[in-house]
Design a binder for this molecule. Structure first.
Ligand code: ADP
Ligand code: MG
Length: 261
């Protein structure tokens, strides 16, 4: 179930209410964050290092369960459920909300096996289904044309940009609803970066995308919506055009114009 907003037309994928998180007593890493994330659009989280972007992403698919979280408060409503509820099936949640990390880390397996990995782990044995899923995920990652004649080669034989797309294909093969990317191009050259950015524009037709880009320029290029995080606070949130061209908060404009960060 997707939750419509008050206008009834824009669909919300996540409704986050008063989310606070601390790893230790002396430092609150997320401070009372409230935010609605639109379905099938690109939402960008930007701001200086240490602002809480990665922490926020990890909350959305409960990856923080693996970290040293001391206290978490608030609600994260996804598909009508508060996913912070201890009863949430996190395996199922992480299948619906895929994550791509900053450094591409393919498994020491063939290209094919990398992409099929999650499905095989989930018990899929039908070769035809796997072949189909692998091809589809590689096509969506704009990689099929480059690798279809060498699917049995090691994923390590690929360039950094191709490896990052293999990691994305591995997520897409599970047919998620949301794809989160944490600085996905920080290790890539400009051409590989622009390939990934172009791909995001296509993917948003089918998936909700949440990305923490590795610089403001990238944030400006891809954002439908943008959220400025500073020291655990959400300073400003809105359509990318407004945030980047007419920010309301001085701290946002100072950051965008390069005064700090
Ligand atoms: N696993 C962790 N354990 C303790 N503190 C952490 C952990 N991850 C992040 N932090 C702290 O939380 C704050 C936000 O970090 P992070 O979410 O990584 O910000 P960003 O992604 O915006 O750079 C920082 O002060 C950071 O030191
Ligand atoms: Mg980060």
């Amino acid at each position: 179930m997707r939750v419509p907003n008050v206008n009834g037309d824009i669909m919300k994928e996540f409704i986050i209410k008063n989310l606070s998180l601390r790893y230790s007593d002396d430092n609150e890493s997320l401070r009372n964050i409230s935010l609605e994330i639109e379905s099938k659009a690109i939402t960008v989280l930007f701001g200086p290092a240490g602002g809480g972007k990665s922490t926020f992403l990890r909350v959305l698919n409960r990856l923080n369960d693996l970290a040293d979280v001391k206290e978490m408060k608030g609600e994260v409503i996804f598909q009508g459920q508060n996913i912070l509820d201890p009863k949430t099936d996190v395996i199922e949640l992480r299948r619906k909300i895929g994550m791509v990390f900053s450094r591409p880390v393919p498994l020491p397996l063939s290209i094919y096996d990398n992409v099929a990995y999650g499905l095989v782990m989930a018990g899929e044995k039908n070769k035809q289904k796997l072949d189909h899923a692998v091809e589809q995920a590689l096509r969506q990652s704009f990689l099929w044309d480059e690798v279809n004649d060498r699917l049995k080669d090691s994923a390590y034989s690929l360039s950094g940009g191709q490896q990052q797309r293999v990691c994305l294909a591995r997520v897409l093969a599970l047919e998620p609803e949301v794809v989160m990317l944490d600085e996905p191009t920080s290790a890539l050259d400009p051409i590989a970066t622009s390939n990934i950015e172009e791909m995001l524009g296509e993917l948003k037709q089918q998936y909700t995308i949440i990305i923490a880009p590795h610089n403001v320029q990238q944030a400006v290029r891809v954002a439908d919506y943008a959220a400025f995080f500073l020291m655990g606070e959400l300073i400003e949130f809105g359509p990318g055009k407004e945030i980047f061209h007419t920010p309301r908060d001085k701290r946002t404009s100072d950051y965008i114009t390069g005064r700090y960060g």
